[in-house]
Ligand binder design. Structure first.
Ligand code: GRF
Length: 206
């Protein structure tokens, strides 16, 4: 199986997936890491690990149809690698319905909240502000509606007395680095699929 990972910055989830793919000898390869930002730190890690990298800079596109044009260009680059799975790992662009439809059932995202709570940005700050006692992250299939696709996996962490946004986000990120590779491994092992908008997990998935 061929996997393409999209990033916008640090790329620590991408790194966790690349490492797990090699260490656990998945029946898959990371065909490319693609960023919408030329300066995304994660691009260097990918290149150092012999993975093809590409940049589709969203800032090049302007005007009313910039989202459609960016998505069309991005899709062209992604499809050049013929992926079975597209993994969004800290990819900070809102995608058009045409784009998400093209990858239906074969695109995953990780979002740093316990969905359906706190879609969008600043999830941990908003959770702390609300007095939440637990925070977490969610892996889900991507649909046209932002952060709304069928849920594949969730990880939960407690909020402690002295927590701030940084400490909570570090605690959750550690869990993301375990959960996201596990979910991707399920998919490439044929143990995870999306059918009729719902997640189907086959035997052996825990
Ligand atoms: C993670 O918290 C992820 O859940 C969110 O953005 C962050 C990306 O971090 N979507 P990284 O680029 O994987 O280090």
């Amino acid at each position: 199986k061929s996997i393409v990972i999209l990033i916008s910055g640090r790329g620590s989830n991408m790194e966790a997936i690349v490492r797990a793919c090699a260490a656990e000898e998945w029946p898959a390869r990371i065909a490319a890491v693609i960023s919408n930002r030329p300066d995304a730190a994660g691009l260097e890690f990918a290149a150092q690990h012999g993975i093809a990298t590409a940049v589709v800079d969203h800032k090049v596109f302007s005007g009313e149809r910039r989202r459609e044009e960016f998505d069309a260009a991005l899709r062209g680059v992604i499809d050049g690698f013929a992926p079975d799975l597209v993994v969004l790992a800290g990819f900070m662009r809102i995608l058009t319905p045409a784009f998400t439809a093209h990858y239906v059932g074969r695109m995953l995202n990780i979002h740093p909240s316990l969905l359906p709570a706190f879609t969008g940005l600043h999830t941990h700050a908003r959770a702390l502000e609300m007095g939440c006692k637990f925070v977490g992250a969610t892996v889900h299939f991507v649909t046209a509606e932002l952060d709304h696709g069928a849920i594949v996996a969730q990880a939960v962490a407690p909020v402690l007395a002295d927590d701030d946004e940084a400490s909570v986000s570090a605690r959750v990120l550690k869990l993301e680095h375990q959960m996201y590779p596990a979910a991707v491994r399920w998919f490439v092992g044929g143990r995870l699929a999306q059918e009729g908008g719902r997640v189907r997990q086959l035997d052996g998935v825990s």
